[in-house]
Design a protein around this ligand. Structure first.
Ligand code: ADP
Ligand code: MG
Ligand code: MG
Ligand code: MG
Ligand code: MG
Ligand code: MG
Length: 679
């Protein structure tokens, strides 16, 4: 999560005064990067994942599971051992990285170096993820476990849910009724973010998730666990004054969202234009893979009527003022802003003609002076809009020590805004002084309970991204329809009961796109059957030219509503589905039979999740709760049910408990690999 510079953060009052300064120099820094790297060409396909864990402390006697707040000690241990690990590392795995995250119970891990374009690297992801989890587990106390859970079911319930216990009365940064100060990573950046969001907004954040009504849930539901009459902080009265809605699960702090875990993937592109193509192609995949990876049905001790984290995080960092939210006429604020700074992408970026202007149909406030500056510098309309749209926000954390920077060698001011615009996709310019190229980060997926599943999602998205560029697939639908899909994706069991807007014909104008040449030095067949490729390629074929006189249909005729099963597994003769496309792409590769079998194992998981023969993690968890003997059918997930759920998840992950409705019957768990990695 962004940069962890140690310094003196400014209070909101002072930070606000420097907002223009940070934005101005942030743009200067971007322009330096642009000038240096706009023509950079030929970067190979490097990619990596990010997995976030929650450390849970189990008390088997009391049957209680609590979040362990030992992030600082655990990370210190991990970084000290990681130094002498190189020898113990299996060949396929480079020494991993562990990073802090918002929650003091969280860890993030990434591979030590990015994966390359080779098939063995693609197939090392699962072992890499397992190695990282095993390494984390090794450095926990015996009663602690590293879980890949998207939301912690009992975060913010009355009484102890952390180890050790802290009283929410001490929440000086968030003023939360539910989360203590100690839930947050102690590095100054995090409490400052929390506090400055609240102050900029002018109230606490307010998240209301629809409650799942079970047979014994009282109606209307007025939450008895909210301390309605607390009076410690000035905002304590907000809940009663209307911030907490009946029939909803109310949450009032950044930690409810930023304390969630997810699975992210970053792909390096061949050059900047290809990064923009890849970005656009993955934008419509954001909600689709959110729905398919859904894993967060329980919030603050209640079953919710949604399965995903997205709206919770969006609400948890929503720093917009009342004016910006359109509740009051604009006086002090500069823009009305339709979305939180954590939300879905607002515009497509590619300058290819297949990106029709009609697709960018969302309202798009942008900073006109920044836009003008970028345009004067020679940057095209779309990229200038993208950057000047991100830069309508204020920097939230400003350090006195780093106000003045060398704009040629630093990108800190740029990153200050860039990395606090948390969208479904992130277009990442190369950092200064590094060998890294233009990248795209795919950010919508929920983390799965096992590394087998996390690897399956990673492998699927990587292969889909390569199919997209090899076949120059066209996934464009109007961005407002992608947003409508985001709404649908979060509904209970959306993957099996909802429909999503999707493009009917995903081909491009030229039928031979797969074998056409590319200007960027990638291999291309000369005549006849193309030679099979040994590596995952990294550049798009030359964009198809728009043929004169070709009449484009009205945009509304290009898409329709499809089920998840249709999107993934195909619909009639015209659309083979995304898994079909990936399968055809695999046929262009030179892969060993055992490698192919392993890949098809992962694709089968995705297939079964999308055709309903396996449950999403969210549905599996909801069913677990609803069939627990202690469940009273009143939507409440008690400490005892939570303990059993956490225990079950850990056992499934290790392969000592079966879950045949969630995982393929031959799933064996993470035990197997730990022997072979020398721990
Ligand atoms: P952030 O939190 O800013 O998204 P992280 O550093 O946590 O970024 O994760 C970045 C991911 O990108 C890691 O998986 C890393 O292995 C991967 N990565 C690193 N360098 C490259 C590169 N040149 N191209 C693609 N991915 C890369
Ligand atoms: Mg993270
Ligand atoms: Mg990260
Ligand atoms: Mg980071
Ligand atoms: Mg996070
Ligand atoms: Mg990331």
């Amino acid at each position: 999560m962004g940069l962890l510079f140690l310094g003196t953060p400014l209070s909101w009052e002072d930070a606000e005064k420097h907002a223009e300064h940070v934005r101005f120099h942030g743009i200067t820094q971007f322009l330096h990067t642009w000038d240096r790297l706009k023509d950079r060409h030929g970067d190979e396909f490097l990619w990596g994942d990010e997995v976030e864990y929650m450390v849970v402390a189990m008390d088997d006697e009391k049957k209680d599971a609590r979040l362990s707040l030992r992030q600082t000690e655990i990370l210190a241990k991990l970084s000290s051992i990681v130094g002498d690990l190189s020898s113990g590392c299996p060949d396929s795995v480079s020494v991993p990285n562990f990073h802090p995250e918002y929650g003091r119970y969280m860890l993030e891990s990434t591979p030590g170096s990015p994966y390359t374009n080779s098939i063995p690297d693609l197939l090392s992801v699962e072992a890499n993820m397992r190695y990282r989890r095993t390494l984390a587990r090794k450095h926990l106390k015996p009663h602690e476990i590293p879980l890949t859970l998207t939301s912690y079911p009992r975060l913010g319930v009355p009484g102890p849910f952390t180890e050790p216990y802290f009283d929410p009365a001490d929440a000086v940064s968030s003023h939360s009724l539910f989360l203590p100060e100690e839930i947050t990573n102690p590095h100054v950046r995090f409490p400052t973010l929390t506090s400055n969001i609240r102050q900029r907004r002018g109230s606490k954040v307010a998240i209301n998730l629809p409650l799942f009504f079970d047979t014994n849930t009282p109606r209307p539901f007025i939450d008895p666990t909210i301390p309605w009459d607390r009076s410690i902080y000035p905002e304590d009265s907000e809940a009663k004054a209307g911030a907490a809605l009946p029939d909803h699960i109310y949450m009032d702090a950044m930690g409810f969202g930023m304390g969630c875990s997810c699975l992210q993937l970053t792909f390096q592109s061949c050059h900047v234009a290809d990064a923009r193509r890849m970005y656009d192609a993955l934008v419509p995949m954001g909600p689709i893979l959110l729905a398919l990876s859904a894993s967060s049905p329980i919030w603050r001790g209640y079953l919710a009527d949604v399965d995903c984290r997205w709206n919770v995080i969006a609400g948890s960092v929503d720093d917009r003022t009342e004016e910006e939210r359109g509740l009051k006429p604009l006086e002090k604020s500069r823009f009305q802003i339709p979305k939180s700074r954590y939300d879905s992408v607002d515009m497509y970026l590619s300058t290819d003609w297949i990106n029709r202007p009609e697709y960018n149909d969302n309202p798009l406030p942008y900073d006109e002076s920044i836009y003008a500056r970028l345009r004067e510098h020679g940057i095209d309309d779309l990229l200038s809009k993208h950057i000047s749209h991100l830069f309508i926000r204020d920097p939230l954390v400003v350090f006195t020590e780093t106000l003045d920077q060398d704009d040629e060698t630093s990108s800190d001011h740029f990153e200050n805004l860039q990395s606090t615009n948390w969208q479904t996709l992130r277009f990442k310019p190369p950092p200064p002084n590094s060998p890294i190229g233009w990248r795209v980060e795919f950010r919508s997926m929920e983390v799965q309970m096992t590394d087998y599943e996390n690897a399956a999602f990673a492998v699927f998205v990587v292969l889909l991204s390569r199919a997209i560029l090899s076949f120059k697939l066209n996934f464009y639908v109007p961005i407002s329809k992608v947003d409508e899909n985001m709404v649908r994706a979060q509904r209970r069991d959306a993957a099996h009961t909802d429909k999503f807007f999707f493009r009917k014909n995903v081909g491009t104008a030229t039928s031979s796109a797969a074998s056409s040449n590319c200007s960027s030095g990638c291999s291309s067949p000369v005549n006849g059957t193309p030679a099979k490729e040994r590596k995952l390629r990294n550049c798009f074929p030359d964009p198809p030219l728009r043929e004169n006189g070709v009449h484009l249909p009205p945009v509304e005729e290009e898409y329709e509503e499809m089920t998840m099963n249709e999107i993934m597994n195909g619909k009639g003769a015209d659309f083979m589905g995304l898994l079909g496309l990936v399968t055809v792409y695999l046929e262009t590769l030179d892969i060993e039979p055992d490698e192919l079998a392993k890949i098809h194992g992962y694709l089968d998981l995705i297939r079964q999740r999308s055709n309903g023969s396996l449950l999403t993690p969210a549905t599996w968890m909801r069913n677990f709760v609803r069939s627990h003997p202690a469940y009273k059918h009143d939507s409440v997930v008690s400490a005892e049910i939570n303990y059993d759920l956490i225990r079950a998840i850990d056992e499934i992950e290790r392969g000592v408990r079966k879950a045949d409705d969630l995982l393929p019957t031959d799933y064996t768990g993470s035990r197997e690999d730990s022997g072979s990695i020398g721990l």
